[in-house]
Design a protein around this ligand. Structure first.
Ligand code: ZN
Length: 152
């Protein structure tokens, strides 16, 4: 199997069997990302536990790249602190639009598979869309007034 076929297979798997697709009942932060070039729409919601992304879900519709990228993104950051998620987002952007290095991905092979998309420049925005939405959520969360009192 060629590397290209491997990339396609990984992307297709996430598209056909998306991880974390759905809705959260009581999200702490939610946002909507839109890629007008392709018509992709991503609805992203997170449940936070301190600075850890306790749960994350996405909805919306769009091309296979945007949906597969959203599935991979949620799987990569779920259960991780926002600092790790931000670093991964930066690493992914570096792969897709910067040096093309996979160093910032921490060996995440699914994310590495998306570098096949770089051959189609108009699709790079599709792959970045869920990460842009995630960074917006993290930014909102970090600037939100925190309740000091414990819940419950
Ligand atoms: Zn798209």
């Amino acid at each position: 199997m060629s590397l290209d076929d491997l990339y396609k297979e990984v992307i297709l798997d996430h598209y056909q069997h998306p991880r974390n697709r759905g809705q959260l009942t009581d999200p702490d932060v939610a946002t909507r990302g839109h890629n007008p070039l392709c018509g992709d729409e991503i609805l992203l919601a997170v449940k936070m536990d301190g600075d850890v992304i306790e749960d994350i879900a996405f909805g919306g519709r769009g091309c296979s790249i945007s949906q597969a990228a959203a599935s991979m993104m949620t799987e990569s950051v779920k259960g991780h602190p926002t600092t790790d998620a931000s670093a991964l987002a930066a690493g992914f952007k570096e792969l897709m639009s910067g040096s093309g290095s996979t160093e910032g991905l921490g060996g995440n092979e699914d994310l590495e598979a998306l570098q096949g998309v770089k051959k189609f420049p108009v699709r790079v925005k599709c792959a970045l869309l869920p990460w842009t939405a995630l960074l917006e959520i993290i930014d909102t969360w970090e600037h939100a007034p925190k309740e000091t009192a414990a819940k419950g």
